[in-house]
Design a protein around this ligand. Sequence first.
Ligand code: AP5
Length: 192
Amino acid sequence: MYFIFFGPPGSGKGTQAKLLSDKLKITHLSTGDILRAKIKDSDKLSLKLNSILSSGNLVSDEIVNETVSESILSDKCKKGFILDGYPRTTSQSNFLISLLKEHNIKLNLIIDFKLEISLMEKRILERSKIEKRSDDNIEIIKNRFKKYILQTQPLANIYKEKFSNIFSELDASEDIKNIHNQIEKLVKNAQI
Ligand code: AP5
């Protein structure tokens, strides 16, 4: 089972990926989580990553591609994965598509979470009270959203055409349970 979740910051792709991965016992591959874990290493790379994530800019394709390919080819992804926050750029997408082809991995479902910016900001600011992520403040949210609109949304639109038979859009403004139920239905109907 191989899934990709697209969506702007705060659209709930991480929340839903976690719920689904727990249910299906497949790996939730969040590049954001992986990068935040790397920051804790306190080495030269972690300082660089910290400054990029805190500004809401994107980490280099090279670093992210290497990290993702290591995970995808590891045993933990043998049963499947949900990619959350990857690919985000054309270069990442090209890398992923050729990696999957090379290893004969066929995507089963791609979900694009749709959410308007006001709700996105509300959710992220709410989360900032509890989680204290360095990029969860109003200035940085705007930059993260800008990056999404410029780089990732066009990519999702390409996937919508290229993988039209496995691509679905979801109204991410609904409640968590409702969205999870919709995703379960999509999974049930997916050709796996
Ligand atoms: P990343 O961690 O991927 O952040 P993001 O894409 O900005 O997404 P979020 O984690 O903010 O939101 P989400 O859609 O997962 O929503 P969530 O479920 O958390 O990336 C962070 C940074 O890492 C990037 O800016 C970049 O620097 C770097 N990075 C990551 N991937 C990269 C890549 N591929 N290339 C280059 N750089 C990369 O929900 C948000 C909140 O809303 C939560 O509090 C949740 O409880 C709540 N919530 C969720 N669903 C609902 C709902 N339906 N109703 C009400 N509340 C909800």
